[in-house]
Ligand binder design. Sequence first.
Ligand code: SD4
Length: 322
Amino acid sequence: MNRRSFIKSTGIASLGLGLKIDKTYSNNSLSNFPIVIATWDVKNATKRAWEILSSGGNSLDAVEQGCRVEEANKKGQSVGIGGLPDREGNVTLDACIMDYYGNCGSVVYLKEIKHAISVARMVMEKTPHVMLAGEGAKKFAISMGFKKENLLTEKSKKDWIKWKENEEYKPIINIENHDTIGMLAIDKNQNISGGCTTSGLAYKMQGRVGDSPIIGSGLFIDNEVGGAVATGLGEEVLKTVGSFLVVELMRQGYSPSDACKIAVKRIVKKPNSNYKNFQVGYIALNKKGETGTFSIQKGFSMTQYNKEGNINFDSPYYHKQG
Ligand code: SD4
């Protein structure tokens, strides 16, 4: 699919949300996988995932390795090392992962270990639990051989000190201030996995956890149907169990793009919704390898790598200003 046909298939003409919904999921073409998609312009991450998928590897390894690329990127200030800290200067990471058997693992409030996605995978594979938090998550990671390191880079420290001059605490996400990496992949055996990793909301209250490590909110996979992942103001995603909602809409027959649109609409149509002041974006894929994305504000994008290449697409969005 090239960029033009992607935009056409996401239904740019019908974005007013008085939409006409096309139920494309009942078609049965099996040609569009392997494929990987990710939130934002993260071509290095999708490239790494694609290397695994295109050489016959499985979707779980692909999403884990893809997410690790951004976790190790010091320049990214919302994932892994280099993430912006909470109000007290702590960089705390949240991540989750889900495989095609419906297994999942998650870490919240993880400090000093940059590869939160891999710790989440270890929680899934090496413990009888789904979620580990804080000190316990860190102890577990160290026991599994992960190395402790300082995640607060000079740049993020400087930005935090600057923020402290006013200490303006707005739990409303700035529309530029979110780039959680969420990644979804289908491998050659048509098995779907997903991962999501973030340092969360910049300058958050100490202890605050968003949607990203919460199965069903930040990420959900159902290998019979598809997967979805969220970015943006986690509180709003949590309140609507967003990723689970997107997958359930695809189960009902909605295309990935329409499922994302409806989930966004669920947020913006709430009574007293303050949607003009925050961003939420979803990406989704279904079992056939069809993909879609939708966000509240302009500015969100999705990167997709399949046999047609590694391409970043602007997301269609709800809030038309002016
Ligand atoms: C959160 N959804 O913690 C995340 C924010 C985000 O990059 O997207 N950060 O609410």
